[in-house]
Design a protein around this ligand. Structure first.
Ligand code: SF4
Length: 106
């Protein structure tokens, strides 16, 4: 049974503002090719653009669904997994080929 049921954005402008606040400041975002962006971005994009509700997991990872089961009703809340290029660069000796796969350097 699917648990896809969360629709966090009331309209396209809210989605655009959320992406501007979060994804535009995050190295995991790929504006040119959504298939190379992080899984959260892919899920919220499909939610906002294709009316595909978020699963519990994606709603939690993007910060919309809190641990206590309530939802974040701020207009643009912070994505908990947002990471700037500078934060990524500070990580020691990691080679990151894709936002969803992290390989340690040998
Ligand atoms: S981790 Fe969050 S802020 Fe970064 S690209 Fe994914 S959804 Fe956007």
């Amino acid at each position: 049974m699917s648990d896809e049921k969360h629709i966090p954005f009331h309209h396209g402008s809210q989605y655009a503002d959320w992406v501007e606040r979060n994804c535009w400041r995050c190295w995991k975002y790929n504006e040119e090719d959504a298939s190379k962006s992080c899984l959260i971005d892919q899920a919220i994009g499909a939610c906002a653009l294709l009316d595909k509700p978020l699963s519990d997991e994606m709603a939690r990872r993007c910060g919309y669904l809190r641990e206590n089961g309530t939802t974040n009703d701020n207009y643009t809340w912070k994505c908990p997994e947002r990471e700037s290029q500078e934060e990524r660069d500070r990580k020691p000796r990691e080679i990151i080929d894709h936002p969803n796969q992290i390989f340690m350097e040998i």
